[in-house]
Ligand binder design. Sequence first.
Ligand code: ZN
Ligand code: ZN
Length: 652
Amino acid sequence: MSLNDAVAQRLAMIAKLQDLLGFDRFRAISNERASRAVEGLSVDVAELAKDKKRLLDIDGIGPKIADKIIEFVETGRMSELDELSQQVPAGVVKMMEIPGLGPKTASLLWKTKGIDSVPRLKQAIEQGELLDVPRLGEKSIARLRESIELVEQGQKRVPLGIALPIAEEFVRAMERVPHVKRAAYAGSLRRGKDTIGDIDILVCVDDLAHAGPVAEAFRAQPRVTHVLVAGDTRSSVRAAIRNLHGAVSADADIRTKGGEVEDVAGHSIQVDLRLLPIESWGAALMYFTGSKEHNIRLRERALKRGCTLTDYGLFPEDDAPAKDTAAEPKSSKSKSKSKGSAKASPKAAKTPPPKKAAAQTDDRPPHERGVKPIAGKTEEEVYHALGLPYIPPEIREDRSELDLTETPRLVELGDIQAELHAHTTASDGALSIEELAREAHRRGFHTIAVTDHSKSSAIAGGLTVDRLLEHIDAVHAARAKVKGIHILEGSEVDILADGTLDYDGKTLAKLDIVVASPHTALKQDPEAATKRLLKAISNPHVHILGHPTGRLVNRRPGLSPDMGQIVRAAAEHRVALEINAHWMRLDLRDTHTKAAIDAGCLIAIDCDVHAREDFDNLRYGVLTARRGWVTRERCVNAWDQAKLLAFLKSKR
Ligand SMILES: [Zn+2]
Ligand SMILES: [Zn+2]
């Protein structure tokens, strides 16, 4: 949420509370007006709040409200809102966040029925308690129920693997709409985060005059279930996520009862559309990709260079025409460099467009005043104009990426040439060894590792030592049949609760590759978890630590070992830490991966293949790896065959 939205929301809530508490209606109205004024601003309210006079110039903002805004910008609080909130149960305030539930209804429900929370309201609706409330018809009760559901879904973050295909579907559809020049998704999705709040779709049209039909085409997409905002340049919808992923194939502990995708993701996701002019594509893409922290750093950097960075471009600082006359040069006060329009650099706009008769400080953002941007068409252009190399979206998190002097060569999907964690029908996979190997070959890999479960994973059909020995023979037989790819015989061996492995050293030594993973006792305390993983890492037969924490996105926190110790030990013993690419795992997660890279660890990106389509999860693993600054050199799956085999042999 932008700061403007946050301020607008708080002012609106003050108005609602004043209404609820029966204050003078005029006070509520002035807060409502101010809320709308702030919402409609095209310039950051934090900028304006530096000078109260600029706030007061905005239609709808008086001295009292200006003070509230300044207080919020400076402290993150609005004391008036806090005071009002104290007079009303917190649950009633929450109730008013439900769209369509205004102060009147909230007050009615609270005072006549004692309903003071959203869960209580839900219960009352289900049990038909509201049917006798005056002025509340059956229809409005039904609408209320629907709104509550929407709010609840909106609070759930959706896993990357569900959001990304939906976003791609919208982008493809928008690219086919007449007058659309470019379409892309932005936001935390483009940064590859493991869960997504909502999807941001950016679209460029050849002429904004065509914005209306383009926005309409967006809202008419088959996946859309509700239209929340229907504007020409800005629209918001909720899109169904059902019927996208049927069965989820994966380890036994992911693959549970049906309907689990809904369980982890809710029924729908919010999709926001913004329409833009082509010349600000790059700047807008940057702005909406974020992160917020990264963008703040960029804006600071722009200011230091005497520029302004907005979602429309990077602009040279110009003197906004002064209150009385645009011709007179401004006197001292302006903190901009005293650069009269005559002396302005050739790139800066010389004359603002004709202005409205009203003599007012021009608070419009630079692009509306006709200032020509220095950069904005592409992201590269903007970064370079700020004296920076292009920064890949995945690392725009304000984790020292602005110190980079060149674009890092992070691992890419096309770099991956080996899958080192895969199951066959011998344990809980769906493919035979041969089928698995052929699929890996078809996908261009030089190596595939067969790593079925070990004996303790009974539910997953784990192999006894005898069955493992037979399985090794079967791998040898498959090697003779499938050419063009190297098949490794291996195991995904359980790390037992105390850190010992499920097969003894003699057995493990027979295998080309050993992936050691925790599957049980995932609630043990951090100290025990640390000891357990350290013991597995120091086992000389282990090449890869598989899904190190066992977490499941939105489902299970998994182990929380001391990651500092884990990554140091893994670097020392040259054990690659796995990023399990299944979108429900993404384990290691991004921050742990970055810690591993900083400690000098090797990283494996594996699909943990149980069925053919699991190979498609690779891109989620690669996104997570990029978020952790993994380069090609550090990723064992990106090595050529000789280097990979030498690494595996070095542990035998
Ligand atoms: Zn596993
Ligand atoms: Zn596995």
